[in-house]
Design a protein around this ligand. Structure first.
Ligand code: SF4
Length: 256
C-alpha cells in the first residue's frame, strides 16, 4: 500500500492533534515536527525504475501526506506542484486526510473544476465542535470523492445535520499510543447508526488503546486494536462499496 509524503511536519491545530503520531515518532528521532520540509521523495508518484516503469504501479491507492497535513500553510508554495504530479497519475487513487479543509482553495490548480476523479479527500472530525466547523465548509466544496474520519473519536458526535449523498464513507476509531484518550463503544455505534440512516459506508477501523464497552475500560495492545474493531462486526456497506476498492490495511499506521 504506497504512501507518498511530499512534505513532512505540521502544527497542532485542534484537539485531535494532541497525541499526533507524527510528533510521537519524530520525538524518538529528536526531530522537530513543527518544521515543515519538502521531502526528497516529493516526486515519488512519477518516479520510474531503471526499466522505465513507474515505481508505484497503476491501480494503487496512494496514502498522501500522512506525515503532515496536505493543506498546511508552509506547503502552499509546493502544493501546486503536488497537484500537478497527481494529475499526471490518473491511474492512481490519491487519498488525502485533512484538518485544514478551510484552506482547500489555496494553491488549487486552475483546471480543478469539479475535482479530479482520482482524488478522495477525507476530513477529520474528532468532536462535535470540529464537525460543526469543518463539515459545512467541506460539504460545499467541489471534490469528487468525500469522506469523514472520526478518529481519534473523542466524544459522541451528531453528524446528522450534515450527512447526505455527498459523503461516501465515514471511518471512525479510537486513539493509540501511551497517552491515548478513551473511546466509547456507544459513540462508535452512534456514528454507525447515522451512516445506516443515510446509506453511507461505515468502517470501524480500530478501538484505540483505551476502549470502554458496557461501562468497562479495556486497555488494548496495539496489535489487537484493528482486529478487535473488525471483530465487533460493525462495518456497513452503503451506496459506495469500498470492498471493491483497496481498503486501509490493518498494519497501516494509525491515521491520527
Ligand atoms: S499531522 Fe494531523 S494530527 Fe498531526 S499536527 Fe498535523 S493536523 Fe494535527
Amino acid at each position: 500500500m504506497p504512501t507518498w509524503n511530499p512534505w513532512h511536519g505540521c502544527h497542532k491545530l485542534s484537539s485531535g492533534c494532541q497525541n499526533c503520531y507524527v510528533y510521537r515518532i519524530d520525538q524518538k528521532h529528536n526531530r522537530d515536527s513543527s518544521v515543515v520540509v519538502k521531502n526528497q521523495d516529493f516526486n515519488l508518484p512519477i518516479k520510474r525504475s531503471k526499466k522505465g516503469a513507474y515505481k508505484i504501479p497503476e491501480g494503487e491507492t496512494v496514502y498522501t501526506c500522512f506525515s503532515s497535513d496536505f493543506f498546511v500553510e508552509e506547503a502552499d508554495e509546493w502544493r501546486k506542484e503536488a497537484w500537478n504530479i497527481i494529475k499526471q497519475r490518473m491511474d492512481l487513487d490519491f487519498l488525502i486526510i485533512t484538518k485544514r479543509i478551510d484552506r482547500f482553495w489555496i494553491s488549487l490548480p486552475d483546471d480543478w473544476k469539479n475535482g479530479y476523479e482520482n482524488v478522495s479527500i477525507y476530513v477529520t472530525c474528532e468532536n462535535q465542535d470540529r464537525a460543526d466547523y469543518r463539515l459545512p465548509i467541506f460539504q460545499k466544496l467541489p471534490i469528487k470523492h468525500k469522506g469523514i474520519i472520526c478518529e481519534p473519536l473523542l466524544e459522541k458526535i451528531n453528524l446528522r445535520p450534515y450527512l447526505g449523498e455527498w459523503v461516501e464513507e465515514i471511518i471512525c476509531g479510537g486513539e493509540s499510543g501511551e497517552e491515548a484518550r478513551v473511546c466509547k463503544f456507544d459513540w462508535v455505534q452512534e456514528i454507525r447508526q447515522q451512516c445506516m440512516e443515510n446509506n453511507i459506508t461505515f468502517t470501524f477501523k480500530q478501538t484505540g488503546a483505551k476502549f470502554i464497552k458496557d461501562g468497562k475500560l479495556y486497555y488494548i495492545k496495539r496489535e489487537f486494536q484493528h482486529k478487535n474493531a473488525k471483530k465487533a462486526g460493525l462495518d456497513f456497506t452503503g451506496r459506495v462499496d469500498f470492498k471493491k476498492k483497496i481498503k486501509v490495511e490493518e498494519k497501516q499506521i494509525s491515521i491520527w
